[in-house]
Design a protein around this ligand. Structure first.
Ligand code: DLL
Length: 433
C-alpha cells in the first residue's frame, strides 16, 4: 500500500504531538497578530499567545462558528493581505452571503499534498486517468481533487458536473480509471449506464473517490457493484480547507484525519464540553498550517467519533467515523449545503410576511429533489390567482438563486401541514441512504 507522505502519516504519537504544539503556537501567534476578530476575542478572555504551552491549553481558546465567519464577510478572517492570496473559494449557500475562504501559494501546495494523501491511500498513482465530476467553481471539491491528482502525476480529465451521457462517453473513450464525484452522482451515472445497456466491466474504472455529502455503507456497496470499482469516503469542508481534512485508506474503516495539519476535538454540541476519545459528538477542527485562512476550534456541525486504535495500513493518524448527521439543521442536497432558514427567508421576502412551510427532500431515482410546500396565509389567500402564481415563481427564483438547486414550490390549504404539538414539521427528509 502506497503512502504519499510517510513522514507525516506514520509519526509516533509523541512526535506528532510535539509537531502539533509547535504548529499550534505559530498559528495562534499568526491570528493574534493578523486577525482583528481573534485578537479581540483573546483579549476579552484575557488570553495571550504565550498561554498556549501544551496541547491541552487549546481548550482555553474560544470556538469559531459559521456566524463568526458571516459577521466577518468577506475578508475579515483573512490572516494575510489580499495580495498574498492566490485563490478564493466559498462555501455553498449558508445564507444569501456565502462564506469566503482564501489560500496563499503555500496553502495551495499544502492542500494539494493533503488531497494527494487520500488519493494515494485509495490506490491512485501517476498511471491513472482521473475524471473529475465535481462542479468547477467556488466549490472546493473540483479544484481540490484536480490539484491533488496533478501532484501525484495522474492525468486529469476536468469534466465538471452534469451532462451524464457525455461523462459516460468520455469514461469509455478516454479509458478513465478513477472517478471523482459525490456519491449520489456516482449512482446517477451507474443508473444511466444501466439504462444505456453499458456493462461497467467494459469500462476501465478501478477507483472511485467520493465525498462532499453523507452516504451509507449500503450506498458504497451499491456503487462498487454497479460501477465495478473500489469506493472510498473523503471528508472536508470549505471553512477548514475543502477536501483533504480526512480520507479513507484501503481498510475502509474510518477516515484518517491529517493531524499534522488539523487538530480534531469532539465536543458535546449542547455544552461545548470536550468529550473523551471514542465518544460521539460534534467535530471541532483547528488548522495548523494554513496561512491565509487559519481557523481556531471551528465547529464543523458534523457529528462523529474518533478512533485512536492502530490501523492495518500503517498510518498512525486517528480515524473519524462516517459522519452521523449534523448538530444543526443543515441539509446537504445534491452536494449543496442548504439551511431551512434560507428557504424561510425566500418565502418571507416574497410574501413580505412569514408563512408556514414544509421542506421535503427525496431521492427520486438517483438524485435528490427539493419540494417546498407553503400554507396559504391571509396575505397569500387574498391574492388573485395570477398573483399567487407569480408569488410561487418569486419564491422559487429566490431559492434557486440562493442555493442553486431546482425546487418545486406549491401552496396548500391553511393548517393542512402536519404538526406535532402545534409545531409544523419543518423538514421531512425521505432519503434512504
Ligand atoms: O463538501 C468539501 C469536500 C468536497 C469534501 C469534496 C470531500 C469531497 P462544503 O461544500 O463546505 O465542502 O461542505 C462541507 O459537507 O461540513 C459535511 O457536513 C459535508 N461533507 C463533506 N464531506 C463529507 C463526507 C465540501 N465524506 C460539509 N461525508 C461538511 C459526510 C460530508 N458529509
Amino acid at each position: 500500500m502506497n503512502i504519499w507522505d510517510q513522514t507525516h502519516e506514520c509519526m509516533l504519537r509523541d512526535e506528532l504531538e510535539q509537531l502539533q504544539l509547535e504548529r499550534l503556537q505559530a498559528t495562534i501567534n499568526r491570528v493574534h497578530k493578523n486577525v482583528t476578530y481573534y485578537r479581540k476575542k483573546f483579549n476579552e478572555l484575557g488570553i495571550i499567545p504565550e498561554d498556549i504551552r501544551s496541547l491541552s491549553d487549546l481548550t482555553k481558546l474560544p470556538f469559531t462558528g459559521k456566524e463568526d465567519l458571516r459577521i466577518n464577510y468577506p475578508y475579515g478572517m483573512f490572516a494575510v493581505p489580499l495580495r498574498e492570496v492566490v485563490r478564493i473559494h466559498s462555501s455553498s449557500g449558508t445564507t444569501s452571503k456565502p462564506i469566503v475562504v482564501g489560500y496563499s501559494k503555500n496553502d495551495i501546495r499544502m492542500w494539494s499534498n493533503l488531497v494527494a494523501r487520500f488519493m494515494t491511500a485509495a490506490g491512485v498513482t501517476s498511471d491513472d486517468l482521473v475524471q473529475i465530476a465535481f462542479s468547477y467553481g467556488l466549490f472546493t471539491g473540483a479544484f481540490g481533487l484536480h490539484y491533488g491528482a496533478e501532484a501525484i502525476g495522474a492525468s486529469v480529465i476536468p469534466m465538471g458536473t452534469g451532462n451524464t451521457e457525455k461523462q459516460i462517453m468520455i469514461m469509455q473513450d478516454y479509458k478513465t480509471t478513477v472517478l471523482v464525484s459525490t456519491p449520489s452522482y456516482a449512482l446517477a451515472l451507474a443508473e444511466r449506464m444501466e439504462q444505456m445497456g453499458i456493462d461497467p466491466k467494459t469500462l476501465s474504472l478501478k477507483i472511485g473517490l467520493f465525498g462532499g455529502e453523507p452516504w451509507s455503507e449500503k450506498m458504497r456497496k451499491d456503487i462498487e457493484n454497479k460501477l465495478c470499482l473500489s469506493a472510498t469516503d473523503n471528508y472536508g469542508l470549505s471553512e477548514v480547507i475543502g477536501p483533504g481534512v480526512a480520507g479513507e485508506c484501503q481498510c475502509k474503516n474510518g477516515m484518517h484525519i491529517y493531524e499534522d495539519a488539523f487538530i480534531p476535538e469532539i465536543i458535546d454540541p449542547e455544552t461545548g464540553e470536550v468529550l473523551p476519545p471514542g465518544a460521539k459528538g460534534e467535530l471541532v477542527l483547528t488548522t495548523l498550517t494554513k496561512e491565509a485562512f487559519p481557523m481556531i476550534r471551528y465547529r464543523t456541525g458534523d457529528l462523529t467519533s474518533l478512533d485512536y486504535s492502530p490501523c492495518a495500513c500503517g498510518r498512525t493518524l486517528v480515524r473519524m467515523k462516517k459522519t452521523m448527521g449534523r448538530s444543526d439543521d443543515m441539509l446537504i442536497i445534491r452536494g449543496v449545503n442548504v439551511f431551512p432558514s434560507q428557504i424561510e427567508e425566500a418565502i418571507y421576502s416574497a410574501a413580505r410576511s412569514a408563512a408556514p412551510y414544509q421542506i421535503i427532500v427525496e431521492r427520486k431515482g438517483p438524485m435528490d429533489s427539493l419540494d417546498v410546500i407553503i400554507e396559504v396565509t391571509g396575505e397569500i389567500f387574498s391574492l388573485e390567482l395570477q398573483k399567487q402564481r407569480s408569488f410561487l415563481e418569486t419564491v422559487k427564483k429566490h431559492i434557486v438563486s440562493v442555493t442553486g438547486i431546482d425546487v418545486s414550490v406549491r401552496l396548500v390549504e391553511a393548517k393542512s401541514l402536519p404538526r406535532v404539538e402545534d409545531k409544523i414539521i419543518r423538514v421531512v427528509d425521505k432519503r434512504k441512504m
